[in-house]
Design a protein around this ligand. Structure first.
Ligand code: 5BU
Length: 372
């Protein structure tokens, strides 16, 4: 499969945000990457909420996506979800739960929306194997749509009020925010001991559906000299939408996601461009003119600072590593996913910056913004 000459290979992230067949969430991510100048995704493989929130806070400025394995977090709860969403909003990154769904449609819908993790509620992106066939995609898309419909509401809270009383402290029900993120909004059921007689809540429900005709954003897409913070402010919060990555290849030694399997994965993605944002793969898979899939690649590590690229890196359990340069420049991938390379560093913030710089440089070289 020759993909090297597909136009997206040399398109900037900004240019790709306005190509046809780009969903709103994909366009948001591409703009976010361009503004923050980072194609780095941190794989936050830690086992407690405290560690997860600490690492998100620590490296949040250097990443475009934070990848989680919620099922390894021993105390995962609403606090984890809310904490993550809060940091994602402040530091501007998307959340990707690496759930690797692989069951029949009926089951994956429940796994995606229910159980203790309620993934669809807090993770913009998740991923799936196509082993069970294409219905896994339609099932997850349907579940995502119903999650959006039930949570993507505009809540207007109004305090009516009651003649002033000498219990003014009881009148402090205020919307926590007008955020697009429902986890951030007022949850009256948790309001402590209110005097309901003096509070009236009115709720307006509006739902948005995913569009694959990107909206131009001249305030972001054209360089008018604004700095990163101003551009992030203009970009605003992530839309309350959901997207899927299909597992088209793995990084581990001897994996079976090859050849015809990978090609089928691409065909299934093309049939669901509104929901499938791209792939987990080791090389870019765009080959038809209409393709603008985002490829995210795990199995990325750098040799220790100061050491040259040398022998092939891996771990003792089948993981195989490539450098950001190989993955982005030579294989045409869009987002590098790094776990232990950053998590085990003495200074994780500095190490995340090192990966960010390497990934960004490889991208600039690929699209011709930097000479080799
Ligand atoms: P590492 O510490 O950088 O090796 O972590 C890699 C992460 O990416 C880890 O969470 C894996 O579950 C995940 N991963 C992977 O390594 N290779 C794959 O092919 C896929 C996911 Br799919």
């Amino acid at each position: 499969m020759s993909t090297a000459r597909h136009p997206t290979w040399t398109c900037s992230y900004r240019e790709r945000a306005v190509l046809p067949n780009t969903s709103s969430l994909a366009a948001y991510l591409l703009r976010l990457i361009a503004i923050k100048k980072t194609n780095l995704c941190l794989s936050a493989d830690v086992t407690t909420t405290a560690e997860l929130l600490a690492i998100a806070e620590e490296v949040g400025d250097s990443i475009c996506v934070l990848k989680t394995h919620a099922d390894i977090v021993s105390d995962f709860s609403d606090r984890t979800m809310k904490g993550l969403r809060d940091i994602a909003r402040r530091k501007h990154f998307l959340i990707f739960e690496d759930r690797k769904f692989a069951d029949i449609g009926e089951t994956v819908q429940k796994q995606y929306t229910g159980g203790p993790l309620r993934i669809a509620r807090w993770a913009e992106i998740t991923n799936a194997h196509i082993l069970p066939g294409p219905a896994i995609v339609t099932a997850l898309r349907e579940a995502a749509a119903s999650t959006i419909a039930s949570y993507n509401t505009a809540v207007h809270t109004e305090i009516t009020a009651s003649p002033p009383t000498d219990h003014d402290d009881d009148h402090d029900v205020v919307p926590s925010s007008t955020s697009a993120d429902p986890l951030e909004r007022l949850d009256v059921s948790h309001a402590p001991d209110r005097k309901h007689s003096v509070v009236s809540i009115s709720t307006t429900i509006s739902t948005r559906t995913e569009s694959i005709s990107p909206h131009p954003r001249p305030d972001i897409d054209h360089d008018d000299g604004a700095d990163t913070l101003a551009l992030l402010e203009r970009l605003g919060e992530a839309p309350y939408l959901r997207s899927l990555l299909l597992l088209a290849e793995m990084s581990s030694e001897g994996h079976l996601l090859t050849g015809a399997y990978t090609a089928t994965c691409v065909q299934i993605a093309r049939a669901h461009r509104d929901f499938v944002m791209g792939f987990i793969a080791q090389h870019a898979l765009n080959s038809e003119p209409a393709d603008n899939f985002i490829t995210m690649s795990p199995g990325v590590q750098l040799p220790p600072a100061g050491q040259k690229d040398g022998k092939k890196l891996g771990d003792a359990l089948g993981q195989q590593y490539n450098s950001p340069r190989k993955i982005v420049l030579e294989q045409g991938c869009d987002v590098i996913i790094v776990g232990r390379g950053i998590l085990k560093a003495a200074d994780r913030r500095e190490e995340a910056e090192r990966y960010r710089r390497e990934g960004w440089r490889a991208y600039e070289e690929r699209v011709g913004l930097l000479k080799a």
